[in-house]
Design a protein around this ligand. Structure first.
Ligand SMILES: Cc1ncc(COP(=O)(O)O)c(C=O)c1O
Length: 382
C-alpha cells in the first residue's frame, strides 16, 4: 500500500541529503569539536557550517545561533533564561492561550516560582488582538512570547506588529516560537525586531532531537545547562554533531527551495480544503480560512465523526493524519487550542489536522479526498 503522509507538523521524514550528512558525522567526521586535533577541528568546522545554514533561513548572524536538543529545550531556555536573568527588573510575562505545551508548562513553572503570566486570548481565527497585548504590557513585563505559526490550526500571528508594539511600549524581550513557521513563512529576525527565536530540526526534514535558539547579539539570558562551556558558554554538553549537521543541511535545502516548496504546499492545501468542504456535507475548517494561515496546515471537522476513529480508518487506507496536535493525540484531554478558539464541542472532538511537507505532491489530493469521503460515509452509515 502506498502511504500518503500528511502529519508533517508532528514530524517529517529526513531528506536523503540530510541522512548522508548525519551518517558522515557519525562514521567519518566523528571527532569532538572541543578536541585540539584534526578530527576535532573538522567537526568544529562542520558545526560552523551548520550554524551558517540554520541562521540563513531567518537572516540571523551565525554567532546568534545556539544549538539545543530541540524546540522544547529552546522554548524552555528562552523563558527560564530571561526570567532568571531579569527577575530583579520584573516578574511579569505575557504569552498566548494557544502556545505549545513547551511554553505553557514552562509558564506554569514560573508561576509556581513567583512570576505572573498573562495569557492573551485568540479570536476564532486563532490570532491575538494587538489591543489586548497593548493593555497587558506593564512596567514590570520582562518577556513576551508568541508563536509565529500555531501547530494545530496553522494561524499566523502578526509578529512584526507585535515586535513594534512590545519595543515601543515596554522594555520586555520578545521571544518567538518559530518551530512551525521555520521554512514555511518568511520571517527575518532582525528586520522583524525579534530578540529570541526557537527552531527545531525535525519539522523541516532534518533529524529529531536537535534545534536552536536564536539569541540577538548582546542579549543576556541565563544558561539552562552548565558544564564544559560549549556553545560559547551558553549551552554546555558535547554537541550533537550529527544532528546539527543534518539540521544545517535541512535548513539549507529549505532556504534554497523556499519559494517552490511553499507555493506547492499552498496549492495542495487550498485544493484539499476546497474539496473536503465541497464534497463532504457539513465539513468545516477550524481556525483561519485556508488562504490566511500557514501554507501547510488544515484543521477540519466533520459532523458526527470522532477524530480518533477517523484517524485510524484513514490509516488503514494508507493515509496518515492526526487529531489536533500530536502532543495531545494520545491523551484524552481536549485540545487547549481548539478550546481557546471557542469551537463547538463536536468540532473539537472531530478535529483532524492535515499537515504538509516538502515531499507532498498535488497528485495525493485525489486519493486523500476519496478516502476521507469513504470513511466519513462509512461512519455516518453505522
Ligand atoms: C509550536 C511548537 N513549539 C514547540 C515544539 C516542540 O519542538 P520539539 O519537538 O523539537 O521539542 C513543537 C513540536 O511539535 C511545536 O509545534
Amino acid at each position: 500500500m502506498t502511504i500518503i503522509y500528511l502529519d508533517n507538523s508532528a514530524t517529517t521524514a529526513a531528506l536523503p541529503e540530510v541522512a548522508i550528512a548525519v551518517k558522515e558525522m557519525l562514521t567519518e567526521n566523528y571527532g569532538n569539536p572541543s578536541s585540539l586535533h584534526g578530527l576535532g577541528i573538522k567537526a568544529e568546522k562542520a558545526l560552523g557550517e551548520a550554524r551558517l545554514q540554520v541562521a540563513g533561513l531567518i537572516g540571523a548572524r551565525p554567532t546568534e545561533i545556539y544549538f539545543t536538543s530541540g524546540g522544547t529545550e529552546a522554548n524552555n531556555w528562552a523563558l527560564l533564561g530571561i526570567a532568571r536573568a531579569r527577575r530583579r527588573q520584573g516578574r511579569h510575562l505575557i504569552t498566548t492561550a494557544i502556545e505549545h505545551p513547551s511554553i505553557l508548562a514552562t509558564c506554569r513553572r514560573l508561576e509556581a516560582d513567583g512570576f505572573e503570566v498573562t495569557y492573551l486570548p485568540a479570536d476564532a481565527r486563532g490570532v491575538i488582538r494587538l489591543a489586548d497585548l497593548e493593555a497587558a504590557l506593564r512596567e514590570d513585563t520582562i518577556l513576551v512570547s508568541v508563536m509565529s505559526v500555531n501547530n494545530e490550526v496553522g494561524s499566523r500571528q502578526p509578529v512584526a506588529d507585535i515586535a513594534r508594539l512590545v519595543h515601543s511600549r515596554s522594555r520586555a524581550v520578545l521571544h518567538v516560537d518559530h518551530i512551525q513557521g521555520y521554512g514555511k513563512i518568511p520571517l527575518n529576525c532582525h528586520e522583524a525586531g525579534i530578540d529570541l527565536m526557537s527552531l527545531s530540526g525535525h519539522k523541516i526534514h532534518g533529524p529529531k532531537g536537535v534545534g536552536a535558539l536564536y539569541i540577538k547579539e548582546g542579549l543576556r539570558l541565563e544558561p539552562l545547562l552548565t558544564g564544559g562551556g560549549q556553545e560559547a558558554g551558553q549551552r554546555s554538553g558535547t554537541e550533537n554533531t550529527a544532528g546539527i549537521a543534518g539540521f544545517g543541511v535541512a535548513a539549507q535545502l529549505a532556504a534554497a527551495d523556499f519559494a517552490r516548496r511553499t507555493a506547492r504546499m499552498q496549492e495542495i492545501k487550498l485544493e484539499l480544503a476546497r474539496r473536503l468542504v465541497a464534497e463532504i456535507p457539513g465539513a468545516v475548517i477550524n481556525g483561519p480560512p485556508p488562504e490566511e494561515g500557514a501554507p501547510n496546515i488544515i484543521n477540519v471537522s466533520f459532523p458526527g465523526v470522532r477524530a480518533e476513529v477517523l484517524v485510524h480508518m484513514l490509516e488503514q487506507r494508507g493515509i496518515y493524519v492526526s487529531t489536533g496536535s500530536a502532543c495531545h493525540s494520545r491523551r484524552e484531554s481536549a485540545s487547549h487550542v481548539l478550546q481557546a478558539l471557542h469551537l463547538e464541542r463536536w468540532r473539537q472532538d472531530g478535529a483532524i489536522r492535515i499537515s504538509l511537507g516538502a515531499l507532498n505532491r498535488l497528485e495525493e489530493v485525489e486519493p486523500t479526498v476519496e478516502a476521507f469521503k469513504e470513511c466519513v460515509q462509512e461512519l455516518w452509515s453505522l
